[in-house]
Design a protein. Structure first.
Ligand code: 13P
Length: 254
Protein backbone atom coordinates (compact mmCIF):
# COMPACT_ATOMS: atom_id res chain seq x y z
CA UNK A 1 0.00 0.00 0.00
CA UNK A 2 1.66 3.22 -1.12
CA UNK A 3 1.65 5.54 1.78
CA UNK A 4 2.43 9.03 2.96
CA UNK A 5 4.23 9.23 6.31
CA UNK A 6 1.65 8.30 8.93
CA UNK A 7 1.36 9.85 12.39
CA UNK A 8 -1.17 8.16 14.65
CA UNK A 9 -1.92 9.80 17.98
CA UNK A 10 -3.30 7.31 20.49
CA UNK A 11 -4.60 9.53 23.25
CA UNK A 12 -5.44 6.53 25.44
CA UNK A 13 -7.47 7.44 28.57
CA UNK A 14 -6.05 10.97 28.59
CA UNK A 15 -7.40 14.48 27.89
CA UNK A 16 -10.80 15.72 29.02
CA UNK A 17 -13.41 17.17 26.70
CA UNK A 18 -11.94 20.68 26.67
CA UNK A 19 -8.36 19.46 26.19
CA UNK A 20 -9.45 17.09 23.42
CA UNK A 21 -11.32 19.90 21.64
CA UNK A 22 -8.37 22.30 21.87
CA UNK A 23 -5.84 19.74 20.67
CA UNK A 24 -7.94 18.55 17.74
CA UNK A 25 -8.48 22.10 16.47
CA UNK A 26 -4.71 22.68 16.39
CA UNK A 27 -4.00 19.28 14.84
CA UNK A 28 -6.58 19.93 12.14
CA UNK A 29 -5.04 23.29 11.34
CA UNK A 30 -1.47 21.96 11.25
CA UNK A 31 -2.41 18.91 9.17
CA UNK A 32 -4.02 21.17 6.56
CA UNK A 33 -0.56 22.66 5.92
CA UNK A 34 1.07 19.25 5.40
CA UNK A 35 -0.89 17.45 2.74
CA UNK A 36 1.76 14.75 2.35
CA UNK A 37 1.35 13.54 5.94
CA UNK A 38 -1.45 11.18 7.00
CA UNK A 39 -2.61 12.15 10.46
CA UNK A 40 -4.87 9.88 12.47
CA UNK A 41 -6.11 10.53 16.01
CA UNK A 42 -7.66 8.13 18.50
CA UNK A 43 -9.44 10.04 21.28
CA UNK A 44 -11.55 8.45 24.02
CA UNK A 45 -14.82 6.86 22.89
CA UNK A 46 -16.88 9.58 24.57
CA UNK A 47 -15.33 12.27 22.36
CA UNK A 48 -15.38 10.43 19.03
CA UNK A 49 -18.64 11.97 17.91
CA UNK A 50 -17.65 15.55 18.65
CA UNK A 51 -14.14 15.11 17.23
CA UNK A 52 -15.65 13.41 14.18
CA UNK A 53 -17.84 16.48 13.59
CA UNK A 54 -14.85 18.83 13.92
CA UNK A 55 -12.85 16.72 11.47
CA UNK A 56 -15.57 16.51 8.82
CA UNK A 57 -14.06 17.68 5.54
CA UNK A 58 -10.54 17.68 6.98
CA UNK A 59 -7.78 15.28 6.02
CA UNK A 60 -7.21 14.17 9.62
CA UNK A 61 -8.65 10.71 10.13
CA UNK A 62 -10.31 9.31 13.22
CA UNK A 63 -9.64 5.98 14.95
CA UNK A 64 -11.25 4.04 17.76
CA UNK A 65 -8.91 2.73 20.45
CA UNK A 66 -10.68 -0.62 20.50
CA UNK A 67 -13.85 -2.37 19.30
CA UNK A 68 -15.82 -5.59 19.77
CA UNK A 69 -16.02 -8.44 17.27
CA UNK A 70 -19.83 -8.44 16.89
CA UNK A 71 -21.91 -5.73 15.19
CA UNK A 72 -24.57 -5.49 17.89
CA UNK A 73 -26.11 -7.35 20.78
CA UNK A 74 -25.93 -7.93 24.52
CA UNK A 75 -22.28 -7.02 25.08
CA UNK A 76 -22.35 -4.52 27.92
CA UNK A 77 -19.68 -1.86 27.72
CA UNK A 78 -18.50 -2.77 24.23
CA UNK A 79 -18.46 -0.66 21.06
CA UNK A 80 -19.06 -2.04 17.58
CA UNK A 81 -17.37 -1.28 14.29
CA UNK A 82 -20.57 0.25 12.81
CA UNK A 83 -20.80 2.53 15.86
CA UNK A 84 -17.22 3.69 15.34
CA UNK A 85 -17.95 4.34 11.69
CA UNK A 86 -21.06 6.31 12.54
CA UNK A 87 -18.86 8.62 14.62
CA UNK A 88 -16.59 9.13 11.62
CA UNK A 89 -13.86 6.57 12.29
CA UNK A 90 -11.91 5.12 9.40
CA UNK A 91 -9.45 3.21 11.57
CA UNK A 92 -9.41 1.22 14.79
CA UNK A 93 -6.52 0.23 17.04
CA UNK A 94 -6.68 -3.46 17.87
CA UNK A 95 -4.69 -5.56 20.32
CA UNK A 96 -2.87 -2.78 22.11
CA UNK A 97 -0.48 -4.22 24.71
CA UNK A 98 -2.28 -2.32 27.48
CA UNK A 99 -5.47 -4.20 26.63
CA UNK A 100 -3.59 -7.48 26.50
CA UNK A 101 -2.07 -6.70 29.91
CA UNK A 102 -4.98 -5.21 31.86
CA UNK A 103 -7.92 -6.88 30.13
CA UNK A 104 -6.36 -10.20 29.13
CA UNK A 105 -7.00 -9.78 25.43
CA UNK A 106 -5.70 -12.76 23.52
CA UNK A 107 -4.49 -13.25 19.94
CA UNK A 108 -7.75 -15.05 19.22
CA UNK A 109 -9.84 -12.08 20.39
CA UNK A 110 -7.63 -9.76 18.38
CA UNK A 111 -8.07 -11.96 15.31
CA UNK A 112 -11.86 -11.79 15.64
CA UNK A 113 -11.81 -8.04 16.08
CA UNK A 114 -9.57 -7.59 13.06
CA UNK A 115 -11.79 -9.76 10.84
CA UNK A 116 -14.84 -7.80 11.95
CA UNK A 117 -13.13 -4.44 11.39
CA UNK A 118 -12.19 -5.45 7.85
CA UNK A 119 -15.65 -6.80 7.09
CA UNK A 120 -17.18 -3.51 8.20
CA UNK A 121 -14.72 -1.38 6.22
CA UNK A 122 -12.51 -0.09 9.03
CA UNK A 123 -8.74 -0.17 8.67
CA UNK A 124 -7.35 -2.11 11.64
CA UNK A 125 -4.14 -0.91 13.27
CA UNK A 126 -2.96 -4.21 14.73
CA UNK A 127 -0.44 -3.99 17.57
CA UNK A 128 2.29 -6.56 17.95
CA UNK A 129 5.23 -6.61 20.34
CA UNK A 130 7.35 -8.52 22.81
CA UNK A 131 7.95 -8.03 26.53
CA UNK A 132 11.29 -7.03 28.01
CA UNK A 133 11.81 -10.58 29.33
CA UNK A 134 11.13 -12.14 25.93
CA UNK A 135 13.64 -9.80 24.35
CA UNK A 136 16.21 -10.66 27.03
CA UNK A 137 15.65 -14.35 26.36
CA UNK A 138 16.41 -13.79 22.67
CA UNK A 139 12.97 -14.93 21.53
CA UNK A 140 11.68 -11.58 20.26
CA UNK A 141 11.42 -12.60 16.60
CA UNK A 142 9.72 -15.85 17.49
CA UNK A 143 7.20 -14.07 19.74
CA UNK A 144 6.24 -11.42 17.20
CA UNK A 145 5.94 -13.99 14.42
CA UNK A 146 3.74 -16.18 16.59
CA UNK A 147 1.49 -13.22 17.37
CA UNK A 148 1.30 -12.35 13.71
CA UNK A 149 0.45 -15.89 12.66
CA UNK A 150 -2.17 -16.29 15.41
CA UNK A 151 -3.84 -12.98 14.52
CA UNK A 152 -3.69 -13.29 10.72
CA UNK A 153 -4.13 -17.06 10.35
CA UNK A 154 -6.99 -17.84 7.99
CA UNK A 155 -7.40 -14.27 6.78
CA UNK A 156 -7.06 -13.47 3.12
CA UNK A 157 -7.42 -9.73 2.62
CA UNK A 158 -9.24 -8.58 -0.46
CA UNK A 159 -7.74 -5.94 -2.73
CA UNK A 160 -9.47 -3.08 -0.93
CA UNK A 161 -8.76 -4.19 2.64
CA UNK A 162 -5.87 -2.20 4.05
CA UNK A 163 -4.16 -3.28 7.24
CA UNK A 164 -1.73 -1.40 9.45
CA UNK A 165 0.74 -3.41 11.52
CA UNK A 166 2.09 -1.50 14.50
CA UNK A 167 5.25 -2.93 16.02
CA UNK A 168 5.16 -1.75 19.62
CA UNK A 169 7.75 -3.43 21.85
CA UNK A 170 5.99 -3.50 25.22
CA UNK A 171 9.11 -2.40 27.12
CA UNK A 172 9.25 0.77 24.99
CA UNK A 173 5.62 1.81 25.51
CA UNK A 174 5.31 4.76 27.86
CA UNK A 175 8.78 4.20 29.32
CA UNK A 176 10.80 6.88 27.55
CA UNK A 177 13.11 4.06 26.45
CA UNK A 178 12.48 3.81 22.70
CA UNK A 179 13.64 0.88 20.61
CA UNK A 180 16.74 1.57 18.53
CA UNK A 181 15.47 2.55 15.05
CA UNK A 182 17.58 -0.11 13.32
CA UNK A 183 16.32 -2.80 15.65
CA UNK A 184 12.74 -1.65 15.04
CA UNK A 185 13.43 -1.80 11.31
CA UNK A 186 14.85 -5.33 11.57
CA UNK A 187 11.86 -6.56 13.54
CA UNK A 188 9.43 -5.00 11.08
CA UNK A 189 11.32 -6.75 8.29
CA UNK A 190 10.86 -10.03 10.16
CA UNK A 191 7.13 -9.31 10.33
CA UNK A 192 6.94 -8.37 6.66
CA UNK A 193 8.75 -11.57 5.66
CA UNK A 194 6.38 -13.59 7.81
CA UNK A 195 3.49 -11.88 6.03
CA UNK A 196 5.05 -12.67 2.65
CA UNK A 197 5.19 -16.33 3.72
CA UNK A 198 1.47 -16.18 4.47
CA UNK A 199 0.37 -14.11 1.48
CA UNK A 200 1.99 -13.23 -1.80
CA UNK A 201 4.48 -10.40 -1.90
CA UNK A 202 2.24 -8.18 -3.99
CA UNK A 203 -0.57 -8.61 -1.43
CA UNK A 204 1.75 -7.48 1.36
CA UNK A 205 2.93 -4.52 -0.69
CA UNK A 206 -0.55 -3.56 -1.71
CA UNK A 207 -2.47 -4.05 1.53
CA UNK A 208 -0.06 -3.57 4.43
CA UNK A 209 1.82 -0.67 5.97
CA UNK A 210 3.94 -0.79 9.12
CA UNK A 211 4.28 1.58 12.04
CA UNK A 212 6.65 1.70 14.97
CA UNK A 213 5.33 2.68 18.40
CA UNK A 214 7.00 3.23 21.76
CA UNK A 215 8.34 6.48 23.25
CA UNK A 216 8.51 8.39 19.96
CA UNK A 217 8.30 12.18 19.96
CA UNK A 218 8.96 15.11 17.61
CA UNK A 219 12.71 14.89 18.21
CA UNK A 220 13.02 11.21 17.27
CA UNK A 221 10.26 10.58 14.72
CA UNK A 222 12.45 11.04 11.64
CA UNK A 223 14.81 8.32 12.85
CA UNK A 224 11.97 5.84 12.38
CA UNK A 225 9.85 6.91 9.43
CA UNK A 226 11.77 6.00 6.29
CA UNK A 227 8.97 5.66 3.72
CA UNK A 228 10.09 2.13 3.01
CA UNK A 229 10.23 -0.26 5.95
CA UNK A 230 8.62 1.97 8.56
CA UNK A 231 5.74 3.97 7.10
CA UNK A 232 4.82 5.87 10.23
CA UNK A 233 4.50 5.93 13.99
CA UNK A 234 1.90 5.13 16.63
CA UNK A 235 2.42 7.58 19.46
CA UNK A 236 0.96 7.80 22.95
CA UNK A 237 2.29 10.36 25.41
CA UNK A 238 3.89 12.80 22.96
CA UNK A 239 0.73 12.89 20.83
CA UNK A 240 -1.24 14.38 23.74
CA UNK A 241 1.18 17.33 24.01
CA UNK A 242 0.47 20.10 21.54
CA UNK A 243 4.08 21.00 20.68
CA UNK A 244 5.11 17.39 20.19
CA UNK A 245 2.07 16.42 18.16
CA UNK A 246 2.39 19.38 15.81
CA UNK A 247 6.16 18.94 15.71
CA UNK A 248 5.80 15.33 14.58
CA UNK A 249 3.48 16.32 11.73
CA UNK A 250 5.97 18.97 10.59
CA UNK A 251 8.99 16.71 10.97
CA UNK A 252 7.84 14.01 8.55
CA UNK A 253 6.61 16.37 5.86
CA UNK A 254 8.90 15.87 2.91
P1 13P B 1 4.10 6.08 24.10
O1 13P B 1 4.33 6.88 22.87
O2 13P B 1 3.56 6.87 25.25
O3 13P B 1 5.31 5.25 24.46
O4 13P B 1 2.94 5.02 23.77
C1 13P B 1 3.02 4.29 22.62
C2 13P B 1 1.72 3.62 22.42
O5 13P B 1 1.31 2.81 23.20
C3 13P B 1 0.90 4.00 21.25
O6 13P B 1 -0.14 3.13 21.06
Amino acid sequence: MASHPIVVGNWKMNLNSKQTGELIMSVKKEASKHSSVSVIVAPSFTYLDSVGKILKGSKVQLAGQNMFWESEGAYTGEISAPMLMESGCSHVIIGHSERRKYLRETDHMIHRKMVQALECGLVPIVCIGETFEQRQQGIKDLVVMQQLQAIFGGLIPTEKQNIVIAYEPIWAVGTGQACDPNEARETIQVLKHALIDMYQEHVVQQNFVALYGGSVDHTTITQYVDGDIINGVLVGGASTRLDSMLGMIRAVDT
